[in-house]
Design a protein around this ligand. Structure first.
Ligand code: ADE
Length: 425
């Protein structure tokens, strides 16, 4: 195995390219909406001549998005949005078989990760795509001159949108950004069903534990938390939710989950999953209370939800890799707490991320948002925009069609009734 590196790409092993191509094609079978976009774009070329830099998880599903953007005429470079989420065979296949340059290696160190981000910025992209706002942040800090030439950007995840809205509020944003994450065709499906399934998949692949009968603590009851709680409960776990938002806490309680503080939950949880988008949700003081053998993992975007540095200070020793993606923190209390995937996204590090069927909707929305941005750029300001309803409806309709699901349509009389106000009791 030798890394393949030029000024345009950096992947782990070109020998993996054929395996990666099969995997990309397999995922494509379950991405009919994105395929429909690609077929139209191959004729219309709406992104012709545009340079794009995309900082996304380098997976088979993302590969199909990149193929779609290329079919539209874009010249694209793909870099990783997380050092542990890259599928090396997919990175090799994109570069070798699809003519799409990738700079990403699973397990790359911080220097390599940031050198790839830097390359994505230095090629002076017209459009950027982010999953966590790393490219946009670089363009607004170290490379402000290059930001002047950017038409706009798309953001894929909750954490990124939080950052971008903060930039907009501080009047620091230098170009329009479309909050793809906030589209219902993204978050209600990808965040809920995708995170719900893939998080448990990552946990099970890493640990091989039985979920039935376990106390599973889910920190955060947004769409991702709802998905994790629903699926853990479906597998027989007793789910406990921790929250800081009263409405979400109430919703969790009425769904039948126990809701309590992390301090209380720490004493009884067998498995902890953080999906809050915030930092230090699990801290050393919680880890000190945990039972021997408790497992902690994160499925939120950044690896800051579990305070591993603080926890490490309370350990006697850390045994790395007791299984793949499992580190044992032997606490000063004498009890061991197991940390999965170094506190990074467990679903992408230890499993394959969300299945293609659900990424189909996210990435079709993402793709169509970039076409909208290019068409409407003259009318757009330095703001965070929502995905237009027409795009969401188009994606939902086509997904339904691909699933052979038929819906009713309103009669003329019903339409009239809905748009009138005179009818009372
Ligand atoms: N985020 C979560 N799952 C993903 C996947 N399969 N591909 C790209 N980004 C993802």
């Amino acid at each position: 195995m030798t890394e393949s590196r030029t000024k345009d790409h950096h992947v782990k092993d070109m020998g993996l390219a054929d395996k990666g191509r099969s995997r990309i094609e397999w995922a494509d079978n379950d991405m009919p909406v994105l395929r429909a976009v690609r077929a139209r774009w191959a004729k219309e070329k709406p992104l012709a001549g545009l340079r794009m830099s995309a900082c996304l998880h380098v997976t088979a599903e993302t590969a199909n998005l990149a193929r779609t953007l290329k079919a539209a005429g874009a010249d694209i470079l793909l870099v990783a949005s997380n050092p542990l989420s890259t599928q090396d065979d997919v990175a090799a296949a994109l570069t070798k078989h699809y003519g799409i340059n990738v700079m990403a290696i699973k397990g790359e160190d911080n220097d390599s990760y940031y050198s790839h981000l830097k390359a994505a910025v230095l090629r002076k992209p017209n459009i950027t795509m982010d999953d966590g706002a790393d490219l946009v942040t670089l363009l607004h800090t170290k490379y402000q001159k290059i930001a002047g030439g950017v038409i706009g950007s798309m953001e894929e995840t909750t954490t990124g949108v939080i950052r971008l809205r903060a930039m907009e509020a501080a009047k620091k944003l230098k170009f329009p950004v479309i909050a793809v994450n906030d589209a219902v065709t993204k978050n209600m499906f990808d965040n809920r069903y995708g995170t719900g399934q893939s998080t448990l998949d990552g946990i099970i692949r890493a640990t091989d534990i039985l979920l039935a009968g376990k106390n599973v603590v889910v920190a955060g009851f947004g769409w991702c938390g709802k998905g994790c709680a629903m699926r853990a409960s479906g597998m027989g776990a007793k789910v406990i939710v921790t929250e800081v938002d009263p409405v979400k806490a109430l919703e969790a309680a009425m769904e039948g989950y126990q809701v309590m503080t992390m301090e209380e939950a720490a004493k009884i949880g067998d498995l902890f999953i953080t999906v809050t988008g915030n930092k230090h949700v699990i801290r050393a003081k919680h880890a000190k209370l945990m039972k021997h053998g408790a497992m902690v993992c994160n499925s939120g975007h950044f690896d800051i939800e579990i305070d591993l540095i603080g926890m490490a200070k309370e350990t006697k020793k850390i045994k790395k890799n007791v299984r793949n993606f499992v580190d044992e923190y032997v606490m000063k209390t004498g009890r061991s707490v197991y940390v999965l995937a170094e506190g990074r996204l467990v679903n992408l590090a230890a499993a394959e991320g969300h299945p293609a069927c659900v990424m189909d909707m996210s990435f079709a929305t993402q793709a169509l948002a970039s076409e909208y941005l290019v068409k409407e750029r003259k009318k757009m300001g330095k703001k965070v925009y929502n995905v237009p309803a027409e795009i969401e409806n188009w994606v939902a309709n086509l997904k339904l069609e691909s699933m052979h699901v038929k819906m009713d349509t309103l009669t003329e009389d019903q339409k009239h009734y809905l748009s009138s106000w005179e009818h009372g009791t």
